[in-house]
Write a protein that binds this ligand. Structure first.
Ligand code: SF4
Length: 189
């Protein structure tokens, strides 16, 4: 049985159809219309668990989850007791869900007592937020993929789109080929 899902690798959000053994780009999906880049095409390679750490280890020794969690908690406790709550920090994944962020923030701000928590989603998005505010006055996403294909001028600033968001790049490249008057300007800061 084939299911429709989304490629997890970048923000383009390409649609995938897969039965767990083979996959293909979802032709009905508005982001990619059936295309997939090399990252999306290799998603199934991540299904195996042979290279994954399946049990917690402390100093290279396999231990129980209780032991590992106690180890982390004890060390946090010791550092906070000795040096105060600002001596510890969380750097949290951008792949967490909103509820997970809430719990992590609650733990750091509400219980440990420090504001030292940040995520790679802020690192990733802060430049976009600043750019949107300067350009449009607020943090909005003002366009869609079709707008990029219809634009007469596309400016890519600080983005290696071909590398980081290949399917958007392919869409822009195809639009440029269809309408050679379209201008694509790349600003590499
Ligand atoms: S551009 Fe590539 S990595 Fe990004 S969502 Fe599409 S298939 Fe995945």
């Amino acid at each position: 049985m084939s299911i429709c899902t989304t490629c997890p690798y970048c923000g383009v959000g390409c649609g995938i159809k897969t039965d767990g053994i083979a996959l293909q780009g979802d032709k009905q999906h508005p982001a990619n219309a059936g295309r997939l880049c090399v990252k999306g095409s290799s998603v199934l390679e991540t299904l195996g668990d042979q290279d994954r750490l399946l049990q917690p280890e402390v100093n290279g020794e396999v231990v129980s989850w209780d032991h590992a969690l106690s180890e982390v908690a004890d060390r946090f406790r010791r550092i906070v007791d000795e040096h105060g709550p600002d001596a510890v920090a969380f750097y949290v994944s951008g792949q967490l869900l909103t509820e997970d962020y809430y719990v992590a923030n609650k733990l750091m701000k509400g219980f440990i007592g420090s504001a030292n928590i940040d995520t790679n989603s802020r690192l990733c998005m802060s430049s976009a937020v600043v750019a949107h505010k300067r350009a449009f006055g607020e943090d909005v996403v003002p366009g869609c993929y079709e707008d990029l294909e219809l634009a007469d001028l596309v400016i890519l600033t600080g983005s290696n789109t071909a590398w980081a968001h290949p399917i958007v790049y392919q869409r822009i490249a195809a639009a440029k080929q269809a309408r050679p008057d379209m201008k694509v300007v790349v600003i590499d800061p």
